[in-house]
Write a protein that binds this ligand. Structure first.
Ligand code: SAM
Length: 195
């Protein structure tokens, strides 16, 4: 059945699909099982995808997967997204964050407010004008609500002359429903500042 209101990860992909072109550079800030990375890779066949993950096992498993599939436009980096500026010299057109813990993985390895915000600052600075950042925020786990609030506080402070930012959330769900943040960098600004 055709649905308008999708899962937040699907909605994030729909926004990203609208901005990426064949030769663009994209970033998956939270590789996990690699769903967003594979999605990005397909959208930029002549470009590059940088994917960050702190869990070595995820990186190893995913590297093997893309080797078997013969996918060559992905660079998998076993380091925190807060260090993305050390690895990426181009201006990405899209950066995807999927916060929280890896479903089916270790629940104690989670994204954290300090590193997430450090990565967002760097990502916004590097982002190409006209590019977007999507952040899928999960809050059901310990520390998730705090991280969600910290990210919202940070986003609320972004200069509207440089960025358009919005939150998409379910309003009729009980408990800590996930939400999606989309930030667009205006086309008329340079790529050297975040606010
Ligand atoms: N998008 C992923 C997928 O398709 O499976 C799911 C991502 S999962 C919700 C969050 C991931 O972020 C976890 O695998 C976790 O290990 C990773 N992570 C936590 N802190 C990180 C950091 N500082 N830098 C990069 N990845 C991090």
């Amino acid at each position: 059945m055709f649905k308008i209101i999708l899962k937040i990860t699907e909605m994030a992909q729909n926004y990203v699909k609208q901005v990426l072109r064949d030769r663009d550079v994209a970033v998956d800030a939270t590789l996990g099982n690699g769903n967003d990375t594979i999605f990005l890779s397909g959208l930029v066949p002549e470009g590059r995808v940088y994917s960050f993950e702190i869990q070595r096992e995820c990186v190893k498993k995913f590297k093997k997967e893309i080797e078997i599939k013969g996918i060559r436009n992905i660079e998998v980096i076993n380091d925190g997204h807060e260090n993305m500026d050390l690895y990426i010299k181009e201006s990405p057109k899209a950066i995807m964050f999927n916060l929280g813990y890896l479903p089916g993985g270790y629940k104690n390895v989670i994204t954290r407010p300090e590193t997430t915000i450090a990565a967002l600052k760097k990502g916004l600075k590097m982002l190409s004008p006209g590019g977007i950042i999507t952040i899928a925020v999960y809050r059901g786990h310990e520390g998730g609500e705090e991280e969600g609030n910290a990210v919202l506080d940070f986003i609320n402070g972004l200069d509207p002359k440089i960025y358009n930012a919005m939150v998409i959330k379910y309003v009729n769900r009980k408990g800590m429903a996930p939400f999606l943040i989309v930030i667009e960098k205006n086309c008329s600004v340079g790529g050297d500042k975040y606010n």
